[in-house]
Design a protein. Sequence first.
Length: 254
Amino acid sequence: MANYPEFRGRAALVTGAGGGIGLAIANALAGAGARVTALDLKERPTSLAVGVSYRTGDITDEAFVRRAAQESAIDGRLHALANAAGIALNDRGDGALETMDLAVWNRTIEVNLTGAAFVSRAALPYLKAARGAIVHIASIVGLRNMENINAGGPLDAYQVSKHGLVGLARSLAMQYAPDGVRCNTVCPGAVRSPMTEAIYRDPARVSAMSVRTPLGRVGEPEDIANATLFLLSDAASFITGIDLVVDGGLMAKL
């Protein structure tokens, strides 16, 4: 895990920290010296770093995210925001738009896109005060057609939500560059996480995806955390409005 000393004494807010990628990001930031506030609907995970402040709540609740953003700041300043909360409801009917239950569509957009917008909106005054940075965890399906990546067929609600995150990041990057606030996305490929557990507990599917991936393996949450830490750090101080693909080379192959 890469460590960036410049996070020492800095405030960070991470959503989706109850497991998977969000948990890895929260732990990485804490390990690099940040004062981290972590949010999730789930109870605090036992593997979360001891010093992390954990809030249980729904990021689609504006009052909750406003309080969390305020409480996460140090002297009115927030240096880093990682929007890692997300859901994929393929087990509840996400698929082709024509046939899916629109409740699945609405909930996916609400959590993956609207939730990130609520958190970003609440955090921006504190990010501007610190000239801080935002990273949205999107997906390679936010950049490329799902059918090319997932042999299981379309997940229209999920794909649209991730396209939306990419668009939100680019818009925020341009709007807030004059304030010194940077905004980027990290776009993971195939990554083991609680959200993908049903897929990757099947050794045959892990093997098949590993073969498709040029680097020959499925990603881990720590791979995404490393990329996120880079974009949130001063090492990326001249980088904004980009989509950093972390997929073991899969998109370059497609």
